[in-house]
Ligand binder design. Structure first.
Ligand code: FE2
Ligand code: FE2
Length: 313
C-alpha cells in the first residue's frame, strides 16, 4: 500500500477525523485514528509531544485533498491561530503540492526551489497585509489561492536565479509579493462566473480579462508596493507576440518581472489539476509551452525557467 504524508498539523481536539490516519513507526504504518473518529485530548497530547507525522492512504487522495483544503481554510481564517502557524501551514502545504507535481520527475527541483525562495517566501507571508489578501482569496476560491502561492514560489525562485549577483539592485520582497498577489483582482469577478461548470461566453471572458486592472487598482490603493512591483499585476497577461490583455503590449513594452510572472503563471496552470481538466506533468507542460506558446514568452527567460526546473523535468 502507498501512503502519503499530511503536509501540516490537522489534529484538533473534538474534531472529527475525515480519513484513516496513520503514523510511521520503524518503517511500519500503524493506524492513528480511523475515519469518523473524534480527536481526543490524548490524540492532541500524543501528536504534539511526539511531533508525529501523519499519513493517509494514496487511494484516499481525492477525498483527502478536499478535506485538507477545508481544514486549511478553517485554520487560515481562525482568528485564534497565530500568524506564524499560518505562515508555516501555507508554506508547508504549498511546497507539498509542488512536490506532488514533481513526483517521479526531479527531486532536485524541490530542493532548489526551497533553497532559493524559502526564506523570502516565509518573510513575505509573515506580512499581515499579504496574508490578509491571500486569506481573502482563499475564502472565495481555493483554486486561485493555491495557484497564487505556487506562482509566488516559482516566480521568486526564477527571479533570484536570474539576478543572483545583482539581486541587491531589486527589491525582491516587493516583487515577490506581487507574484503572490498577481491574481488578486480575481476577487472582483462574480462567483457565478468563477463557479460556472461549463465554458464561459464572450461577455464572461471580458469580465475575467479585467482582473489585471482590478488587481493593480487594489494594490495602488493599498499603497505599499512600488510601481515596478504593481506592474507585475497589471501586465501578467500581456504576451510578447502582442496577443495578451488588457493592452496588447509588445515584448519590449512588457516589464521583465511581468514576463517572469507570465511563465510561472502558465506553467502552474498547466501542471495543476482543476475540475474537468487533467493536470500535465512538468515535462508535458514545458513541452506545450515550447511547442505552442513559445512566441508568447521571452525566449531567454523561458530557457532560464527550464534550466531552473532541471534536466529531469
Ligand atoms: Fe491572472
Ligand atoms: Fe494566475
Amino acid at each position: 500500500m502507498i501512503y502519503k504524508e499530511i503536509p501540516f498539523p490537522i489534529v484538533c481536539a473534538n474534531q472529527r477525523c475525515s480519513m484513516d490516519l496513520y503514523v510511521k513507526i520503524k518503517d511500519e504504518y500503524r493506524l492513528f485514528a480511523a475515519k469518523g473518529a473524534v480527536f481526543t485530548e490524548e490524540h492532541c497530547r500524543l501528536f504534539s509531544k511526539a511531533k508525529l507525522k501523519l499519513f493517509f492512504l494514496a487511494k484516499d487522495l481525492a477525498s483527502a485533498e478536499e478535506s485538507l483544503d477545508t481544514h486549511l481554510i478553517d485554520v487560515l481564517t481562525d482568528p485564534y491561530v497565530d500568524a506564524q502557524t499560518k505562515v508555516d501551514i501555507v508554506y508547508a502545504s504549498s511546497m507539498n503540492s509542488i512536490r506532488e507535481v514533481f513526483t517521479g520527475t526531479n527531486l532536485r527541483t524541490i530542493g532548489e526551489l526551497e533553497k532559493m525562495s524559502g526564506t523570502i517566501v516565509k518573510l513575505i507571508l509573515s506580512d499581515r497585509r499579504v496574508m490578509d489578501d491571500l486569506i481573502n482569496i482563499t475564502s472565495y476560491d481555493h483554486y486561485t489561492y493555491k495557484h497564487s502561492v505556487k506562482v509566488g514560489i516559482y516566480g521568486t525562485a526564477l527571479s533570484i536565479n536570474l539576478f543572483q549577483d545583482r539581486i541587491k539592485d531589486h527589491n525582491m520582497a516587493e516583487l515577490s509579493t506581487a507574484f503572490f498577489l498577481h491574481d488578486i483582482g480575481m476577487a472582483k469577478v462574480p462567483a457565478r462566473i468563477l463557479d460556472k461548470k461549463g465554458p464561459l461566453d464572450s461577455s464572461e471572458w471580458d469580465i475575467i480579462r479585467k482582473h489585471p486592472l482590478w488587481g493593480h487598482d487594489r494594490l495602488m490603493k493599498a499603497n505599499y508596493l512600488s510601481n515596478e512591483a504593481t506592474s507585475i499585476v497589471l501586465y501578467h497577461h500581456e504576451r510578447c507576440d502582442k496577443n495578451g490583455y488588457p493592452f496588447r503590449k509588445s515584448g519590449e513594452e512588457i516589464p521583465i518581472y511581468a514576463k517572469i510572472c507570465a511563465i510561472a503563471d502558465t506553467f502552474e496552470s498547466l501542471t495543476s489539476g482543476r475540475p474537468f481538466r487533467h493536470s500535465k506533468s512538468p515535462f508535458e507542460a514545458l513541452k506545450i509551452m515550447q511547442a505552442e506558446m513559445a512566441r508568447e514568452f521571452d525566449a531567454d527567460l523561458f530557457r532560464a525557467f527550464i534550466m531552473l526546473l532541471g534536466p529531469g523535468a
